[in-house]
Each structure stands twice: as C-alpha cells, then as structure tokens.
Ligand binder design. Sequence first.
Ligand code: AMP
Length: 295
Amino acid sequence: MLLIRDEKTLSKEIDSLRKSGKLINFIPTMGNLHLGHSSLFKKSENTEEIRVVSIFVNPLQFNDNRDFDNYPRTIESDKKKLLAERVDVLFLPDAQIINVVKFAFRLGHIARKLCGVDRSGHFEGVAKIILKFLDIIKPDSITLGEKDYQQLLVIKKIIKDLKLKTEVRSYPTIRNKEGIAFSSRNKLLGKKIFLAKYIPTIFKQINLEILEGSFELRRLNYFKDFLEKSGVDRVHYLEILNEKNLSKVKKIPCISRIFIAISISGVRLIDNVRIESKLTCSRDGQIKIYKDINS
Ligand code: AMP
C-alpha cells in the first residue's frame, strides 16, 4: 500500500497507475475504521480497480470545536486494517489541504434540510473537501455509504452539476447485531450506547405501523418525546422524506426514508432507513402505502 501525504505526489502516482490502464476507485473516510468502512472497501476488492482511500478529519465540516477535537483518531490501527484489506493507496493529507480549497458552488435545498438546519456550513465543508479530492484524484468511481444519506445526495449533486465523469456507487448501512449502525462516534457513548439501540427499534416500529395501515406524521412527535424521556439529550430531527430529493412526502407516490439525528451525552448520531413500499401523504398528514392497482 502506498501511503501518500501530499497532493502532488498523489496526482503523479495516480497518473502513472492510470497509464497502466487501471480504473481508479476512491473511498473517502474520516478514519477510525470499522465494519461499515470495510464493507465499502470490499465492494471493489475483486475488480481490477485501484482503490484509493483517504483519511481526513475535515475541520470544515465540524461546526463544534469540541466535536472535532473528540473525533476518534486511530491512524496506526487504521493503516493495519487497510493493509489487511489490500487497499492500494492511502491518502493522508495534512491539515493545510483546506487552505487551498476554492469553492463557488450552490448546494441548493438538499443541503438545507435535516443536518443542514442545525449544522450550519456542514455540507459546504463536506463539498469543499470532496471537490478538492475529486480534483486531485479524478476517480472513475467514488464509493459512499447510505449511512450518510444526505451527504451522498450532496456529493451526487456536485458530480452531476459539474458534469464530472465519476460514477457514484452507494451501499447500505452495516449494523451490529442489535441493529445499531457502525459509527466512529459510537465509542464516545460509553455505557450510554444502550440509548442508540432505540434508533433501530423506532425504525422498525414506524415501518410496522405504516405497513399496518395508516400512519399520521404527528406520530413522529410521540417517538421524539419517547427518546427524550428515555435519556437522549436531544432529537434534532425525526422525519420521513422522499429519498430522491429530501422533499416532503405528498400525494404523488414516492420511495421514502426515515431520517433521524439525536445527541447522547453531546455525541451526535445520525441514521436512516429505507421504507420499501411507495408512500403517499394526504394534506392532513396521513401516510399510506401506495398500492399500484396495475401491479
Ligand atoms: P466517515 O468515516 O464516517 O466519514 O464515513 C466514510 C464513509 O463510510 C461514508 O461514505 C459513510 O457513509 C460510510 N459509512 C460510515 N458508517 C457506515 C456504516 N455503518 N455502514 C456503511 N457505510 C458506512
């Protein structure tokens, strides 16, 4: 595995690898690698592609200094995992990479929903670093997890709007046996990890109630209250939105997801899950499964 810290060397190495006829697959991360990350590395393992992984805890996407300082950094064990995964290139840029980031791009309404509401500047920070990485690496494909679903939509938008040739590949969230999504922040929860178990439980319950007939949107308030009464510091949002563009579910049937962000002891967790049937929602907030009479 090549370990590269500066962008010029990375560009040069990638150019020479590309000349040998290989395609470049890029997998950006913030490190503290877990099984969710490994699942992404494995997706392109048996292809002929060169796998480039970046590890960079991007200060531009943290709106809270404490969150940035506390983010788990485990570079030595990450390197070992990447070697075991037989990743070809690890890009470990210095902090000053962000000083040279140019940015003049409108992310639009997708970046203003969900995490965009109370993490001001977060998606602009994500977009800046991703644009920088895409500019250096010019990957043929980028591999992303649905765990950060809103981020996935933002990156798709950047690539589409700038007409870049990078194919976006996205993959489902990997969970532990209790249904908790693997996340680098989980280890910051200590004993309070039990509260994170409520997320998959609530997803299951909402899915069940929708399947059973009708589900009123205001029922989501019940689950928010439940979480806050159970010891979660704050529910930042719990919403059911159209997965294509994060707009509200309306009369026209659409595939949706349940999105949640909560804080436990100051640690923010996000998660989402797809609802497999198409949904409609009436003006008074009744969610129903759409049954196509032709199918
Ligand atoms: P991060 O290091 O948290 O910035 O995540 C790097 C990439 O791994 C992103 O594309 C995430 O969506 C993805 N990812 C994080 N956690 C998981 C998980 N539990 N399952 C699948 N992908 C994940």
